[in-house]
Design a protein around this ligand. Sequence first.
Ligand code: MCA
Ligand code: AMP
Length: 496
Amino acid sequence: MPELPIIERARSHGDRIAFRTMSESRTYPQLLNRSGAIASALLVDVEDLQEARAALLVTPGFEYSAAQWAIWRAGGIVVPICLSATESEWEYALTDSQASLVVADAINAAKIASLCEKLGLRLVSIDSVTAETPRSLPEIDPNRRAMILYTSGTTSKPKGVVTTHAMIQSQIESLVQAWEWNADDRIPMFLPLHHIHGIINITGCALWSGAVIEPFSRFDTTTILGRVRDDAYTLFMAVPTIYVKLIQALETASDEDRNAIQACFRKLRLMVSGSAALPASVHQRWAELTSQELLERYGMTEIGMALSNLYRGERRPGAVGAPLPGVEVRLKAENGSVVTVEDEPGEIQVRGPGVFQAYWNRPEATAETFEDGWFRTGDMAVLERGYYRIMGRLSVDIIKSGGYKLSALEIEAGLLEHPLIAECAVIGLPDETWGEAVTAVCVVRNGVPLDITTLREWCKGRMSVYKIPQRLLVVNELPRNAMGKVTKTAVRELFQ
Ligand code: MCA
Ligand code: AMP
């Protein structure tokens, strides 16, 4: 019986190591066995999950991938959820995706148990799954739906992006080809595993290629620099904020430490930046410090990766390169015509086998976002000497902070629950470390004083940390246009 391509690939990797931590190594055969055992546990009373949604709440590492593969091999749709989200954010993802089961490791199972009970969901704690002879697993058509990822957009609540196995495969194969992934690669994995940067670009490509992943539960500068100094990696992928933090660390290190770490960075075969704009100054500073020309690429949850600077060729600071293998890109000008010349800006539209199928249960939003079969990204770009350069987004309500895409509207809705906040407008202001800093402009009831520290404290537990405003401006009234509508352009001008 044919198996999912990722599983067939894993069988071809022999006894190679898939995951390595400071204390243990786990091989591809172990990953196959473990995912088979967990899949069997998921199929306790059915033969096929038949696209049931299974939320995944597991710390990054061997067990995460084993559980992800288990859900796929059992016929389910995996819904990775954010480990650090609040309970109401979890509840939203579980109910919106109509999940029927939650797959978690013991530590996270304990955190989500009461919510599962409240929602009547089956909770499978994988720590209690023992190695058993796997039962026979269903045959999975590659066009079956495989994953739902929640992404923020121009609506207040995040939407579920649905991809099939074939789409995921196409996203992975495109990157494996372009960046020449191979079985000798070794990569650190410190990004969250509920977004494609971690799921596809790092974990998916590494396991497809037979490479070694070194997982971390979070990014820690000292730990990662220590491992770079051990010559642990051949590849490195991160968001711009992480490169900013690494630059700060190198600049403040002792000469001896800096020289040793710089020498090791120089040996890596490729370092990639993406998920948010990499300032040309960061590209240049990183090159001065490490002799590494960062390869910047552009992607989106709905499409995987679309544009990339060349692995063998020019890596232009401030540009995101050319279409990746299998991806078609066009620019659509404001007047509705397709841009056919360089230097004329337009909205990036993307077509190809990696583009998502639909927003979960939102046919209207799905229809709106496609134009003649092309996905409308909402990002503006211009083509210059063969490479695209991102100019910004069409919507002011989307903020990118630390590589996370945030909806200003969702944060505003959260802030309006504060008893003192009568009105608010949230914007992203340029920030050297985070790319954009979430900034709230609020009208406070009865003029009661409100400061950023008190507001941040109140937000904790109510929204994920990266959504919590970093800056606060209290005003008597929000700027409005002639129609009485708050204008974000005028809100921005308050900071100039
Ligand atoms: C955390 N903090 C922040 C933010 N995040 N402050 C302002 N803005 C933020 N965005 C604060 C916390 O409140 C805390 O403050 C302190 O920083 C440390 O928090 P922690 O979470 O530990 O931060 P960190 O570990 O330093 O996190 C930085 C990070 C992380 C590693 C850059 O944000 C991250 O992993 N980002 C990557 C997200 C990602 O993978 N995006 C890809 C999406 P206090 O100390 O006061 O408590 S996929 C995508 O975008 C597309 C498809 C693509 O192209 O890839
Ligand atoms: P997400 O929804 O989290 O997948 O984020 C996708 C968005 O991140 C894109 O629509 C872009 O706005 C932004 N993005 C990703 N990579 C880059 C990049 N290299 N430069 C600028 N913006 C980027």
